[in-house]
Design a binder for this molecule. Sequence first.
Ligand code: GLA
Length: 732
Amino acid sequence: MSIQYYEKENIFQLNTQTTTYLLGIVDGTYVGHIYYGRKLRNCQGAYAYLRTKDAPFVPSVNLREKCSFMDAFPWEYSVYGVGDYRESCLIVRTESGYRGCELSYVSHRILEEKPVLAGLPSTFGKEGRQVQTLEILCSDSCIGLQVVLSYSIFEDSDVIVRSVRLLNTGQKKLYIEKVFSACLDMDQNNYEVLVLSGSWARERHMTKYPLRSGKHVVSSNRGESSHQEHPFLALTSPGCTQDCGEVYGMHFVYSGNFLAAAEDSQFDSVRMVMGIHPEGFEWVLEPGSSFQAPEVVCIYSDQGLGKMSRALHDFYRNHLIRSPYLHRKRPILINTWEAAYFDFDADYLVEIAREAGTLGIEMLVMDDGWFGHRSSDDSSLGDWKVNEEKLPGGISALVERVKAEGLAFGIWFEPEMISPDSDLYRAHPDWTLQIPGRVPSMSRAQYVLDLSCQEVVDYVYECVASILRNADISYVKWDMNRQLTDVGSSFLTGEKQGEVLHRYVLGVYQLQERLIHEFPGLLLENCSGGGARFDPGMLYYSPQIWCSDDTDAIERLTIQEGTALLYPLSCIGAHVSTCPNHIVGRITPLKTRGHVALSGTFGYELDITKLTDKERERIRKQIQMYHEYHRLIQDGDYYRIASWMDNHLYDCWMIVSKDQREALVTYVQVLAKANVKSRKLYLKGLDEKSCYRLEETGELFGGDLLMYGGYLAAPEKGDFVSRLLHFRCLDE
Ligand code: GLA
C-alpha cells in the first residue's frame, strides 16, 4: 500500500492491497477524481481522464463557460452554488445570508498515521501495520473557509476511509447547512444500486434496482441510522453476483441521520455521495472553530459482493471494533425479554438462572422492567432505581444469587429515554427534546432526553454508572426504543437549534465512551427496538449489536444475510427463542433455531423453566456446538453460497478458517419440494489441493470437488429443516 504524489503529473495515487484511487489537481486549483478500481501499476496517461481537453475546457482557457466546467468536472468534493448542479456535499451560508462556495487546492500532506476524530467513532491503524493518510487542504478565501479532505489507507485492507474537516478562518460566523463526508464522481457503466432496507423486525433486506437518470437516495431523518434504511450504498455492475462483477460501496461510520445518493446525470456521469442528512441540520461555525464530519468507508471489489463482505468484515474487526471481547469468547446468555417481558421477580430470575446453569448457559441478562414502577412500557424510563418489590435487596443481592448458580449477570438500560410518568420528567420536564408551545409526539409512551445538553448527559451517565459500580455486572444491553421527533433543545439558542440532532449523537457517543473507559471489562451490546442502530458507528463502542426483534429463524435468514453483507458474524446479536414465534407465529424446529443463532453471538430468549426433556437435551447439544465452533464463526471468512431470497427454497452460507483447515456450512431447507434429487451446494474458500473430511459422516472430499463439483445435499422431509456440515482438512 502507498500514497504517492506525482508532482509533474499533478496526480495522487493511493494503492491499497488490490485497488488504486487516483485524483488530480487541475490548474493548481481544482481537485478532481480520476480513477477508482483495480490496482494500476502507475498513473501514466491518467491525467487525461479529467477531460480538461474536452470542451468547455478549464476556466483558465474558457472563462465564459465556467458554469459548464463546474457542472461536468469530476470533483473530489462537490460544493453548492457556483455552477455544479449535481448533488452537492457542502452548502455554506454567510452571516449576510449568501450561499455559495468554491474550493481551491492549497496544499497537502501525507501522514504516517490515522488521526483520531475527536468525539466521533473513528477507524484506527494497528500496531505493526502501516497506515497512511492523505490530507488535501482546500480553501474558499471569499468566505474564509478551509476544507480538509482526508483519505486513509491501511496495509492489510482494501478500503479507503474518507472524511472532511471544515475550519472557519474568517472573522464572521459561517452556517453549515450541509456537509457530506465523501463524494465519488465516475462514468455511468450501466450500474445497479444495492441498498439494505426494511422496517421494525424486517431490518436490512438486500434490495437491488437499476440506476437510471436522476437521483437515487437512501436516508434516515429519524435521529438514528434506522430500521428503514441503512447507511450503506453500493453501485454494482449489472448482474453482479457473490463472486463476479464490480462493486463500489460506501458505508457511514455514524449513528444518526444520514443521506446517501447516487446520481446519474448528463454526460453519462455518476456521482455517489454520503454524509449527515442536511434536513434539520445546521452548524454554526464560529470564527476560528472547526467541524469534523464523520467517516465514510469506501470499498471497491472486482470479485463481486463476497470479496466486499470479507474485506469489510476484516476491516471492522481490525480497525474499528475496540472491545476486548472482539476475539474473546462471548458468554452464552439467556435474556429474560421473550421469556417474561415485564412479569418477573428475583425468585423467578434465580429459577431461570438455576435451570440455565444446568444446561451450560453462562450469563443471565435481566431485560426491561426492573426499575421504577415499570410493569409495562408506560412508565419509569429515567428512574434508574431498582424496583425493590420485584427485586428485594436490590441488584447486588440478585447478582450474588445468580452468581451462586454459576452465571454471570447482565442488565438492560434505555438511558436516552424518559417516560412522562417518571420522577425524572416531573422534576425536569425541560430535559426532553421539545419545541416550545408544542406537546412532543410520544412513541411507545416515551419522550427522548435532550442529549445535546451536557448536564443531561452527565446525569444519565451517573444513573448507569452508579448501578454498575455497585454490583458485579458483566454485560449491558443499551437500548433505544423510539425515533426522534420535536427536535428542539431548551438549552440552545434559536440560532443553534440545527445542531441538536448531531449533538444528540455526540452525546450518545460520549456516554458510551465514558462507560467503556470506566468499565473496560464490560461487554456492551447496543440495541434499538431490535436493529435500528446497527451501524459502524456503534461498533466502535460495542462489539455486538442486537440484530432484530424478529427472532424467527426463517425471517432471520434474510435479516442476517443483509447484515452479514457488511458486518462480521461476531457482531450480529442472535438468540434462540420460543415457538410459535412471538412476532410471526411460525413454528420451526429448535435445531434450526440453534443453527441460525449460531451464526451470530448466540444465546437464548425463552422461558427455560418450561422446557421438555427433549428440548433440554437439544439445548445441551447446541451449547456444545457453540463451544466447538465459536472461534471459527468469530474469526473466519464468510461465504454466501445460496440465498433463499433469490431461490425461494433454501439458504446456505459458510465460514472458513483463515488457514482454510476448517469450514462450517449452514444449510437451511426452507421449503420442502416433492420428488426432487439431492441439491448441489457449491462450497467456496477451501484449499483446492486439500482433502476435507465431513465430520458428521467421515466422508472424504477434495477441496476442489466441493467447490467446483459441489456438495450433494440430500433432500430432507419437512419445511424449515437445517443441517450443519463441519469439514476438517486432513492434510498436514
Ligand atoms: C426493545 C429490544 C428488545 C427488548 C425491549 C424491551 O424492543 O429490542 O430486545 O429489550 O426493547 O423493552
